[in-house]
Design a protein around this ligand. Structure first.
Ligand code: FAD
Length: 500
């Protein structure tokens, strides 16, 4: 009889693990407390609009391809990916010169040159380095489980670390190349994807620029949720069972060994292996008793959480030609904006923000002649916001978009609005302090310093998802699934698996 694996949570890490273990022949059951599988990559429909609730940037297509190939699948048979041109537009506070990034080195270096003399060539040098770092990271670092400090700081890391600028901060690294604030902001904004600030993130993460500038930005036709449907499909094809509305209340432990789980309605399910994709803080402090915890409550209280978000899902009465698919707005005082998130938490008065308009590319996500908009303002996790404050802040943000993106009468165009913020993340995903992304990626919460994917106290209990290694991001969570698979099977090679 095949070994039974129970996976708590159907986020991308959980579904990713389900596919790998099911393909290998395990008897896999995924238990998801919510109505939909997909975790933070959720979806909902209202008044003819279909809103992707979380991720919208499909980056690093090679990493998704790799995962699907391990299951013997061609991702292009599951997703209709469109490369966006331009990739994204950036609006700057009190500056009429917005910038389009095309992910085409000739066009983008010309744009950079026009903003800062000499920056065109510097962009090429910068992106060469990002590409090198991406290659080394994906071929030698990201697909490896680290156990000890010595394991991580081996000769290769020390040598590459110098080249990769692992130990300097992102902002000082970027400043070596670009002098104008505008270009620095363009190269640094991706740190928000990692839940950190350019003043804290290790410069290693400039590999992110390889993704958006060199590889390009993609969109799965039909919406990002198509990825979730594909992950469920391939896991089920290999025999996994995905159960929704199944809220796990306890991990059962006997003689320091995980033996199954108990659901909130009292049902028990036995297992040989338990893999939790629920946020690690929640798994450790709410699903295990004191003796079974690797990380105590005080450990979590000292962690830096990634920001939460003030999100608005908007449906408009008409098309908005001023917007492209991805639109970013950067505030004037960059550092203060990050301080409002990390140092002195409050709703930022002049926030940076993001507006996604998938209906520009795909009218299928909104009724004809209308726009589907996702507005995201990164805000501090843990903020308590009353309904009145939400309404007021929503007006501040909509006015900012109207003025800075030059959309006359924008506020009157809105026919549907739903606000989603800190308390929703906490409730829907059992997220510590309502963080949107989980544990931030500062140097001390990266690689060897991130919580491990195996319990030290309970045998046969493993972790997968953004809270463990490598960390945040849709494709990165698929790597975490591969790391959990490697951990269970004692595979120590640093390279991506070639087969299961
Ligand atoms: C607003 C937003 C925008 C983002 N944008 C991007 C982007 O553009 N590109 C990108 O690559 N990434 C993006 N991300 C990040 C990315 O979506 C996440 O890092 C990734 O989806 C997290 O996956 P995960 O495996 O950690 O699982 P999660 O998504 O955290 O899912 C965990 C699951 O566990 C379930 N669970 C929790 N407790 C229990 C329980 N007791 N019983 C049963 N189930 C339980 C939860 O309901 C949830 O479904 C974004 C995230 C957010 C929130």
């Amino acid at each position: 009889m095949s070994e039974k694996v129970v996976i708590i949570g159907s986020g991308i890490g959980g579904l990713g693990a389900a596919g790998l273990f099911a393909k290998k022949g395990y008897d896999v059951t995924v238990l998801e407390k919510n109505q939909n599988p997909g975790g933070r990559a959720n979806v909902f429909e209202a008044e003819g609009f279909r809103f992707d609730m979380g991720p919208s940037w499909y980056l690093a297509p090679d990493l998704f391809e790799h995962y699907f190939s391990l299951l013997g699948e061609d991702i292009n048979e599951h997703l209709d990916l469109e490369r966006l041109t331009p990739s994204y537009r950036i609006f700057f506070k009190d500056d009429d010169e917005d910038v389009d990034i095309h992910s085409n080195i000739d066009v983008d270096s010309q744009t950079f040159e026009e903003i800062e003399a000499g920056a065109g060539e510097k962009l090429k040098a910068y992106l060469n380095q990002s590409e090198y770092q991406y290659k080394v990271a994906t071929e030698h670092f990201m697909y490896k489980n680290y156990d000890t400090v010595f394991d991580f700081f081996n000769k290769r890391v020390m040598t590459e670390g110098q080249k990769l600028s692992v130990f300097s901060k992102m902002h000082s690294f970027v400043s070596r190349f670009f002098k104008t604030k505008k270009l620095q902001q363009i190269m640094e904004y991706t740190m928000v994807f990692l839940g950190t600030s350019p003043y804290e993130a290790p410069a290693l993460y400039n590999l992110m620029s390889h993704m958006d500038f060199n590889q390009g930005v993609f969109y799965p036709k039909g919406g990002f949720y198509e990825l979730i449907k594909a992950l469920v499909r391939v896991a089920e094809k290999n025999g996994a069972v995905v159960r929704t509305n199944a809220d796990v209340a306890e991990i059962l432990v006997e003689n320091r060994k995980a033996t199954g789980v108990k659901l909130a309605d009292g049902e028990t399910i036995s297992a040989d292996l338990v893999i939790s994709n629920a946020d690690m803080w929640f798994t450790e402090t709410q699903l295990l008793d004191n003796r079974s915890r690797t990380y105590s409550e005080s450990y979590w209280q000292k962690r830096v959480m990634a920001p939460s978000a003030f999100i608005m899902y908007l449906g408009t009465k008409q098309k908005i030609p001023e917007l492209i698919h991805h639109n970013l707005f950067f505030s004037r005082d960059w550092r203060k904006n990050f301080d409002d998130i990390y140092k002195d938490p409050k709703l930022p008065e002049e926030p940076s923000l993001y507006v996604c308009a998938p209906s520009v590319t795909d009218q299928g996500v909104a009724p004809d002649g209308k726009e589907n908009l996702f507005v995201l303002v990164p805000i501090a996790s843990g903020l308590e916001i009353s309904d009145e404050e939400k309404d007021k802040y929503s007006e501040v943000v909509l006015k900012l978009i109207e003025e800075e993106m030059s959309i006359e009468g924008f506020r009157e165009m809105i026919e549907y609005k739903r606000i989603y913020t800190v308390e929703n993340f906490a409730k829907d995903y059992n997220s510590l302090r309502g963080s949107a992304l989980g544990l931030a990626h500062n140097l001390w919460q990266t690689a060897i310093f991130r919580p491990k994917n195996q319990s030290k106290k309970v045998d046969n209990l493993f972790y997968v998802g953004a809270g463990t290694s490598p960390g945040i991001g849709t494709q990165i969570c698929l790597i975490s699934a591969e790391l959990a698979y490697k951990r269970v099977h004692g595979i120590t090679s640093p390279e991506p698996l070639k087969s299961l």
